[in-house]
Design a protein around this ligand. Structure first.
Ligand code: PRP
Length: 184
């Protein structure tokens, strides 16, 4: 944890503690970038960033790739079915890229229940990509209700409400450079 992280923690009393410090995130994102670059080699993957949460992760990850690649964005919202998400997602913003025969990497900030990513991958598969893999910064495994194959995982985290590095509480705190746990 850096000095800046400590200072920010004190500035935001809603935070209980820092779960993953900014320097640990940067180090891990670099490792993921190296791994993806090695795996794809001369292929040119399309990184599909799921808004909004993944925008910061995408921005850092793309700068850690040493291979040619493209980026595109999708925004989805869940159709609510009572208090629990049904996992059926509504496309609010679709891709501009035609992903048929392309290598797709879906970039997410967090996989929680797994419902959103499951539905998204199913949907993208109907467009006949050459391959499709998931890259998620955070994997909240204890919250999983649907099995997901995540090819690239930054960190496994416990079942806590986390904010920062793209993740929000009521649209706030996305800009924080670390992953923090909210006070209960
Ligand atoms: C988060 C995250 C995933 C989804 C994961 O998005 O970015 O898309 O929830 O949850 P699940 O595995 O339980 O389906 P959120 O709905 O918070 O929207 P945001 O990214 O715009 O903040």
């Amino acid at each position: 944890m850096t000095f800046d992280d400590q200072e920010l923690l004190q500035k935001h009393p809603v935070l209980e503690r820092i779960l993953i410090g900014s320097s640990d995130i940067q180090r891990r994102v670099k490792e993921l970038g190296n791994e993806i670059s090695r795996d794809y080699g001369k292929r040119v993957p399309v990184l599909v960033s799921i808004l909004k949460g993944s925008y910061i992760f995408l921005a850092d990850l793309t700068r850690c790739l040493s291979i040619h690649h493209e980026v595109d964005f999708m925004a989805v919202s869940s159709y609510e079915g009572g208090t629990q998400s049904t996992g059926v997602v509504k496309i609010e913003k679709d891709l501009k890229t035609n992903i048929t025969d392309r290598d797709v990497i879906v970039v997410e900030d967090i996989i929680d229940t797994g419902l959103t990513i499951n539905h998204l991958v199913e949907l993208l598969e109907t467009r006949a990509p050459r391959s499709i893999r998931v890259c998620a910064l955070l994997d909240k495994k204890p919250a999983r209700t649907k099995d997901v194959d995540i090819a690239y995982v930054g960190f496994e985290i416990p079942n806590e409400f986390v904010i920062g590095y793209g993740l929000d509480y009521d649209e706030k705190y996305r800009h924080l450079p670390f992953i923090g746990i909210m006070k209960g």
